[in-house]
Design a protein around this ligand. Structure first.
Ligand code: FE2
Length: 387
């Protein structure tokens, strides 16, 4: 096996109240003029005011671009780049869910390299690093604060593009679980299953390494043992802290081991039917795990053990059966609908199957799966989960 190449932020502040470290962190990096990238909700709910209050107190000048949208588009990123280029900014501070952080990454890439977002789609390189990016997640899910990925929807084609490289890895991250204490149930569930999917996919990925294995197993344990509590009692601090740490460590794992078939097939569902990312992962996760497990039984059995649903001494076959039961039960408990129950039109879904399958394959993620599917098998899996 080739040596693992690991990418990670240079600085991370992790723990309750970490947001307070923002001015000190900017100072350590020699940054004086940040553009804050966020969404209208964060701008309204008081989190942005807390961040800008800290900057004011430290006499750091700032501006805000608060137009980011869920499932960031090339149109919004291009607008953000115009904003970035209109001022004398030396850095970007992204505050929000994965969408705000991914928007900021896209802005940084386009500002430094020019061209269009699609020019940097996987497997293309991003030649030049952009301005330093400090990522502050307000959801426990995407792990984008530590990953070398951004996912951007092309406004002209509706394609959800995967863009990857060192240029997309934040310079620093502030991981403060207190920012997630008011997240509503649906968002907690969807983002939590997204991070569980990251950890499982990183662990079974063909590009996994001993370094990412430890992070992935740690994340699976934290998430599986706390997701129901965090959903049921949103202000449960230990559960929120565990979920946030799980999301970030899962991000570290999949950033360096990649995701696999679930994410490959999830992006087209999100792009065409506007299903939130974590929810489309959840719709796929049990069936795709059942499809993939025979090719890596011991690895999936390790996942069951790390999640605490199988005993250490239990054989792989039994442990994998428990994993599948748990993933199905988790979807039931967290009220994850099938695509049919979500309201996706059957005729439109069927008509798009070949396009969705070819976009899934083209993203490269299915090639990391323990069982590499044919296009026909992907179409069958889409059909099986529709219900
Ligand atoms: Fe994800």
């Amino acid at each position: 096996m080739a040596a693992a190449l690991i990418t990670a932020p240079r600085l991370m502040s992790i723990g309750g109240g970490a947001l307070g470290e923002l001015p000190a962190l900017l100072a350590r990096l020699g940054l004086k003029r940040p553009l804050i990238v966020t969404d209208p909700y964060i701008a309204r709910c008081g989190i942005l005011d807390r961040a800008t209050g800290l900057l004011d107190k430290a006499q750091i000048a700032w501006s805000v671009f608060s137009d980011t949208v869920p499932d960031p588009t090339t149109e919004i990123i291009e607008k953000g780049v115009r904003e970035l280029e209109a001022g004398d900014f030396d850095s970007i501070v992204a505050i929000g869910g994965g969408s705000s952080i991914d928007t900021a990454k896209g802005m940084s890439v386009l500002h430094a390299n020019g061209g269009r977002m699609r020019d940097y789609k996987v497997p293309n390189d991003i030649p030049t690093l952009g301005p330093p990016l400090i990522a502050i997640p307000t959801t426990a899910g995407t792990g984008s604060e530590v990953t070398r990925f951004t996912v951007v929807t092309d406004t002209e084609t509706d394609e959800k593009m995967l863009i990857a490289g060192l240029a997309c890895c934040p310079t620093a991250a502030i991981v403060d679980y207190e920012l997630t204490l008011t997240m509503p149930l649906r968002l907690t569930a969807d983002t939590g299953i997204d991070s569980l999917t990251h950890a499982i996919e990183a662990y079974v990925s063909r590009r996994a390494s001993p370094y990412t294995d430890g992070l992935a197993k740690n994340a699976m344990g934290l998430i599986a043992k706390n997701i129901r509590t965090a959903c049921a009692t949103p202000d449960n601090r230990p559960a929120r802290e565990a979920m946030m740490l799980g999301a970030t460590t899962a991000g570290m794992a999949f950033s360096n081991a990649s995701v696999a078939l679930v994410h490959g097939m999830s992006r087209p569902i999100g792009a065409f039917f506007h299903v939130p990312h974590g929810l489309s992962n959840a719709m796929l996760l049990p069936e795709i795990t059942a499809f993939s497990a025979p090719a890596a039984l011991d690895r999936y059995a390790d996942c069951a053990r790390a999640m605490g649903v199988a005993d250490e001494g239990e054989g792989s076959q039994g442990a994998v059966a428990r994993l599948l039961d748990e993933l199905r039960k988790l979807n039931d408990d967290l009220k994850v609908p099938s695509p049919a129950a979500y309201g996706i039109d059957r005729a439109r879904y069927d008509e798009l199957l070949p396009t969705m399958a070819s976009q899934a394959l083209a993203s490269g993620s299915p090639a990391n799966n323990p069982r590499i599917p044919t296009i026909g098998e992907i179409i069958n899996l889409y059909k099986r989960v529709y219900k």
